[in-house]
Structures are given as structure tokens and as C-alpha cells.
Ligand binder design. Structure first.
Ligand SMILES: Cc1ncc(COP(=O)(O)O)c(C=O)c1O
Length: 376
């Protein structure tokens, strides 16, 4: 018999490791330079002050296991979304939920479809379940839903659509989603990953389009639509790991069997509840983001770099050198950005929209690193 470590199943051996954006302290230690982190699409204004208060209060009871049903938070989310609590499933981040849904629906021989250049965790959770990931080409930096519809076959059980997409920041609107869903077969779960919901809603209103009507499908009882939302972005609670899905109660019951008991901490539940109610913080966050995007986009054109209009809290742009090399040079300037080489985009960079000061520092570094176009 071979030794244990040689017996790790092949589909696990082949898995890529999730590479997160570099942590500020780690980057500061390595470079000795004061850093700003614009690499993980976190909230640059910090958490809601009301959530911080709730975290302090909840800390006094961390000797107790949390409410496994997250009853208060589920009730509040259900009320806000005009759904029943049974339509809501809380997890340790949308990542936790993606992992559970993959393990519920996918096995070897089955497949999950998404787009190329999309969220890096979709292939990981699919392959961890032993299933195949099919990724279709993009069109104009956006999901091509026709290509996804054409790729669906009898062995497809899940389609994941990031809307807006990470890392390109592009979105498709409610009518495009409707057309896709009207063609989607009943044997496939359509996951609408709306991690950047608050930002996208605001941008769409500005641009006169309807971002999403995703929850209508859940309200109508459609069993094969699941909507993912997270507290990691606009609510500023990435460090607490809190996300949720809205879907059909029977599907969510199966998810419940696979979830690690108590995976959503009492501190996360309390903070989530307070953050939801802090509408002022969300408004400030979204306004800062929209103003940041409006300020940054013309800077890219001035510098001569292609950047894609965003519907989220980050901007995708392209540089004229290897993205890893560029990201390392930015690090030396005290700015952590995300190289998209792991996505297979050799010259792609994703930068989170920061506070005005952070955006300024980022643009100063960008101007310094990028050759200015010759003007006549
Ligand atoms: C499209 C998308 N989905 C999900 C997530 C993960 O969110 P969470 O922190 O809730 O696990 C991210 C985070 O960057 C994301 O970009």
C-alpha cells in the first residue's frame, strides 16, 4: 500500500489554492513601507460603528454556542426581503455557502458552468466536489449568457453568475437575467451571486437601468434560483465571515444538513443585524464608492490605460507589462493591488475603490509607474 500522502485523491491534488490579497501587516513587514490595501474589495470606511458596538456587546457571551438557526438575523432579512425565514440560509460568508451548494448538488461526472475571468472560488468549490467546471468565454468583459445557456447539458447541475462580476466589475441587467432564466432548464440551479448588490443598485439607478429582480423568483417559489448576498462588502464585515442565500426552502433544508453546526458565530450574527440597520453607513459607503469611481475613471484615460466601467467597488484595468511585476512595483510604492495573473489575465489588475486619500495615493503611484503617453 502507498503511504497516506500519496493517496490523496487526484481531484484534491489538482486543486488550486485560493490566494487572497496580501494582508496589510504582512506587506508592511516585508517592505518596511506604510501600506494601503486596495486588493480585496473591502469597505474602506471600515465597519458600521453600530456593528462595532454590537460586536462589543456580543463578546461578553462568547462562552456560549451561537444560535444555530441565526433566528433574529434571519427574521430581519426575511422581513426586509419580503420572504419567509425558511427562504434564508445564513453561512460563514458567501464562500461558505458556495462550498455547501457545490457539495449538495455536484458529484464526479456532473458539471458547473460559469464564465472565464470570474470569481476565483467557483472552480475551487466545483473541483473540490469532484465535478467538472465549464467556463465559457466573455463578451466585452462581461458574462455571455448565450454562451452559458448553450453550454448547459444533462450533466449540468449548477450555473453560477457573478453579477456584477469579479474581477471585471461588469453587470447584466434584470431583463437580461429574465431572458436567461426563461430558457434555463429545471434540472440546473442558477446561482445569482450578488455580492456587490448595494454598489450595483446605486450605479444602475444612476445609469437608468434596473439592476436586478432576483428575489422575485424566490418569492414566486422558483426552486432552481438561489441568490447570494454578503455582509463582507458594503456592510464592512469581511473579517467576521457572514453571507446568506435566498432560495427555495426545500433546497435550503438540504444545505442545512451539510453546514458545520455553529459555523456562523454569535458575534457575526449580532454585527450583521446592527449593520443591516445602519443604513447611514451603507449610504456613505456607496456614495464614497460612486464618487471614487467617477474620479478614478478619467485618471486611467489620462494615463493611457484601458479600464472597464464598474458596477461594483473595484475597477479592472490593463497595464503594459506582466501584472505580477506591476503589482510588485505598486507594493514598493505602498499600494497593494491585485494582479489577475491567477485568473489567466497576464496584464490585468484589479484595484478596490478607496477613500479619496487612498485613491489619490494609488493614482500618484500609477502615474509614477506607467510611462506617460507622448503628447504633441
Ligand atoms: C463575486 C463574489 N462572490 C463572493 C465573494 C465572497 O464573499 P464572502 O466574503 O461573503 O465569502 C466575493 C468576494 O470577493 C466575490 O467577489
Amino acid at each position: 500500500m502507498k503511504p497516506l500522502l500519496e493517496l490523496i485523491p487526484d481531484h484534491i491534488r489538482r486543486l488550486a489554492t485560493y490566494v487572497p490579497g496580501k494582508a496589510v501587516r504582512q506587506a508592511q513587514r516585508e517592505t518596511g513601507i506604510a501600506m494601503i490595501k486596495l486588493a480585496s474589495n473591502e469597505n474602506p470606511l471600515g465597519p458600521s460603528p453600530r456593528a462595532v458596538e454590537a460586536i462589543r456587546a456580543a463578546a461578553a457571551e462568547v462562552n456560549l454556542y451561537p444560535d444555530n438557526e441565526a433566528s433574529d438575523l434571519r427574521q430581519e432579512l426575511a422581513k426586509r426581503h419580503h420572504l419567509a425565514p425558511e427562504n434564508i440560509f445564513l453561512a460563514d460568508g458567501s464562500l461558505g455557502l458556495l462550498d455547501i451548494l457545490a457539495r449538495t448538488l455536484l458529484t464526479p461526472g456532473l458539471n458547473c458552468i460559469t464564465s472565464e475571468r470570474s470569481f476565483i472560488s467557483y472552480p475551487i468549490v466545483t473541483r473540490a466536489a469532484g465535478a467538472e467546471l465549464i467556463s465559457t468565454p466573455m463578451r466585452h468583459d462581461s458574462y455571455d449568457l448565450d454562451a452559458i445557456a448553450a453550454a448547459i447539458n444533462d450533466r449540468t447541475r449548477v450555473v453560477i453568475l457573478a453579477n456584477p462580476n469579479n474581477p471585471t466589475g461588469t453587470m447584466f441587467d434584470a431583463d437580461v437575467t429574465e431572458r436567461f432564466l426563461s430558457r434555463a432548464p429545471d434540472h440546473v440551479l442558477i446561482v445569482l451571486d450578488e455580492a456587490y448588490y448595494d454598489f450595483a443598485t446605486f450605479f444602475a439607478a444612476q445609469r437608468g437601468v434596473t439592476y436586478t429582480r432576483s428575489l422575485d423568483y424566490v418569492r414566486a417559489g422558483r426552486p432552481n434560483v438561489l441568490v447570494l448576498r454578503t455582509f463582507s462588502k458594503a456592510h464592512g464585515l469581511a473579517g467576521l465571515r457572514l453571507g446568506y442565500g435566498c432560495g427555495h426552502p426545500e433546497l435550503l433544508q438540504y444545505f442545512g444538513r451539510l453546514r458545520n453546526a455553529f459555523s456562523v458565530s454569535a458575534v457575526a450574527q449580532a454585527a450583521g443585524l446592527a449593520a443591516l440597520r445602519d443604513e447611514e453607513h451603507i449610504r456613505r459607503t456607496v456614495e464614497n464608492n460612486t464618487a471614487g469611481a467617477a474620479w478614478l475613471m478619467p485618471r486611467f484615460s489620462e494615463i493611457g490605460l484601458r479600464a472597464v466601467e464598474t458596477s461594483a467597488n473595484f475597477i479592472y484595468f490593463e497595464v503594459e507589462e506582466d501584472a505580477n511585476v506591476f503589482a510588485r512595483k505598486m507594493l514598493a510604492e505602498g499600494v497593494i493591488v491585485r494582479s489577475l495573473v491567477p485568473w489567466g489575465i497576464s496584464n490585468g489588475i484589479r484595484v478596490t475603490i478607496g477613500t479619496p486619500d487612498q485613491n489619490d495615493k494609488f493614482v500618484d503611484a500609477l502615474r509614477k509607474l506607467v510611462r506617460q503617453p507622448v503628447t504633441s
